[in-house]
Design a protein around this ligand. Structure first.
Ligand code: HEM
Length: 568
């Protein structure tokens, strides 16, 4: 009997992603890319026994031309990485603070984590002295929340336009093509001109600069986020991921004894052996009023990524935990093509006004469109796994896999889609920003040295301080140009942190610095500590600095908290 023409869904005969991912060689038949069986992959068609090749040989052309296109651009930063799949579960509900579905009691969701180093290329060494990236894609029932974090609670900068400049100084030198391991001039020149980096430099040159693999490190949002609850009330939050394995580090010497893929190997085989690494997810929270108070009284700016929130004052509250229990089947498909973005948020979690975070909200999805393509969210590893049928009016573009069928590609009155109303009034939870546009560049102030000083004087042990001096002075030995000037400035910045740090480094490098930074001007930041006003402006140019250094001054949340001036 011939099949009925009406019941044939000819266009739907596609292979499933899971079937493809899990297939074995013995159940597979060799074919060209259009599916035609082919008897041997090494054959080519020639004109005669020793003549040139034939254009009709699709098998060979198919093979070579696909090979020619096997690479996608590596990530411009964080190119070297490792990852795995796992799951998250909420152990202590956060419903009083956030409407995020994933934070409800007992909620679970699948996750994929990618760890990375920052500066090196895709083939660089896992044991580089560098911060580590720690990104988690939480596939929640309200869409994907990407927590794109590092293993340090602070970062090198707080003015976003510095990021590409800073990263260039951590990468290869244009003419010599050397990394900072062989020529550290640009590396230290940047830090000598941007003293707000000092806290992160202390971490980088210290024990936490080379974690012993990825399982033994914590992760930190660094940025301040906002959590919104069902009453539309919100708090600022810092999000922490605490390793259940504890932390471990490698010394500089130990790192040289490890293979280039040390961390990849460690993570993969730990999971293979069933030693599933886990982390606790915790939050520190601060009310808008407290944010004003810590700025006014302690000079701690919640919008400043170089500052930390003291844990004694703002204790950690555990929300959940996650484990990595599944290795990838194919690194390229599941880790190289994964695309994290701080702008991939879900209701109940919002960005703060931190300018570096705001820039990142743009930068990641932008780079994904370049690195992977406009339809990067359609790739299986990036796809949301929501219980409702997601729909929008994005159409076509390169490699559009999901087409959204015949549904109208505009907001149709003929065939309308469903909308879910907002559960909180965003006009109330968003900030209330009024003022003239300003050009902003931050200035260095004495408070910027408080946390680095506590780290040096109270947290580091004596052994750790000795290792620090050895690591930093060893790295400084490779400054090839302007060494004296760069080191004098660095010693002066160290002196603002601690006389002990400065004098040890002066002894180790043989270069004496100034009394502090009050007599210096910097090309990267205004010097709020300069004695002479001519030294105060960055690059000695006539730039205006903003009086509050970008911090939330008293009363700055008043309008949004009282509802004043808000159009409902
Ligand atoms: C203005 C500041 C920043 C900009 C413009 C920026 C930009 C980028 C870009 C373009 C990538 C490559 C993404 C990709 O190709 O998939 C990246 C990766 C990454 N960034 Fe940033 N970044 C900034 C600051 C930060 C900060 C402060 C953190 C941590 C708190 C961070 C954490 C990461 C991580 C973890 C990755 C790797 C993501 C992955 O595993 O795929 N970045 N960043």
């Amino acid at each position: 009997m011939s099949p009925s023409i009406e019941n044939q869904n000819n266009g739907d005969a596609v292979r499933s992603y899971t079937d493809d991912k899990n297939h074995t060689s013995t159940e597979s038949t060799y074919t060209t890319s259009n599916g035609a069986p082919y008897p041997h992959p090494y054959e080519s068609q020639r004109a005669g026994d020793n003549g040139p090749l034939l254009l009709q040989d699709f098998h060979l052309i198919d093979l070579l031309s696909h090979f020619d296109r096997e690479r996608i651009p590596e990530r411009v930063v964080h190119a070297k990485g490792s990852g795995a799949h796992g799951f998250y579960r909420t152990t202590n509900t956060l419903e009083d603070l956030s409407i995020a579905d994933m934070f409800k009691e007992g909620k679970e969701c699948p996750i994929t984590v990618r760890f990375s180093t920052v500066g090196g290329e895709k083939g660089s060494h896992d044991c580089a002295r560098d911060p580590r990236g720690f990104s988690v894609k939480f596939r929640t029932e309200e869409g994907n929340w990407d927590h794109v974090a590092n293993n340090t609670p602070v970062f090198f900068l707080r003015d976003p336009a510095k990021f590409p400049h800073f990263i260039h100084t951590q990468k290869r030198v244009p003419n010599t093509n050397l990394t900072h391991a062989d020529d550290s001039t640009f590396f230290w020149d940047y830090f000598a001109q941007n003293p707000e980096s000092i806290h992160q430099v202390l971490i980088l040159m210290g024990d936490r600069g080379i974690p012993d693999g990825y399982r033994f490190m914590h992760g930190y949002s660094g940025h301040t986020m906002k959590l919104i609850n069902k009453e539309g009330k919100w708090v600022y939050a810092q999000i922490h991921m605490k390793s259940k394995q504890g932390t471990k580090f490698l010394t500089q010497e130990e790192s040289t004894t490890k293979g280039p893929d040390y961390s990849q190997k460690d993570l993969f085989y730990a999971i293979e052996k069933g030693e599933y690494p886990g982390w606790d997810l915790s939050v520190q929270t601060m009310s808008p009023e407290q944010a004003e108070e810590v700025w006014e009284k302690q000079g701690i700016n919640v919008f400043d990524l170089t500052h930390v929130w003291p844990q004694g004052q703002f204790p950690l509250r555990k929300v959940g935990e996650f484990f990595l229990n599944e290795n990838v089947k194919n690194y390229f498909a599941e880790i190289e093509q994964i695309a994290f973005s701080p702008s991939h948020l879900v209701p109940g979690i919002e960005p703060s006004a931190d300018p570096v975070l705001q820039s990142r909200l743009f930068s990641y999805a932008d780079t994904h469109r370049h690195r992977i393509g406009a339809n990067y969210q359609q790739l299986p590893v990036n796809q949301p796994r929501v219980p409702y049928r997601m729909a929008n009016f994005q159409r076509d573009g390169p490699m559009a896999f999901y087409s959204q069928g015949e549904r109208p590609n505009y907001l149709s009155s003929v065939d309308p889609i469903k909308f879910q109303p907002r559960s909180v009034d965003l006009n109330k939870t968003h900030g209330h920003f009024v003022g003239k546009a300003v050009t902003f560049l931050s200035e260095i102030r004495k408070e910027d040295f408080n946390a680095p000083r506590a780290l040096w004087e109270k947290v580091f042990t004596e052994d750790a301080r000795e290792r620090w001096v050895e690591n930093a002075s060893g790295h400084m030995a490779n400054i090839m140009h302007n060494k004296e000037d760069i080191l004098k400035r660095m010693m002066s910045i160290f002196r603002e942190v601690s006389e002990d740090l400065a004098s040890r480094m002066e002894k180790a490098t043989g270069v004496k610095g100034y009394d502090g930074i009050s007599g210096l001007s910097f090309n990267g930041t205004h010097n709020g500590m300069a004695k002479d006003s001519s030294k105060r402006t960055a690059n000695e140019a006539d730039l205006t600095s903003v009086g509050n250094n970008g911090g939330p001054t008293k009363g700055s949340h008043q309008a949004v908290l009282s509802g004043n001036g808000i159009k409902a």
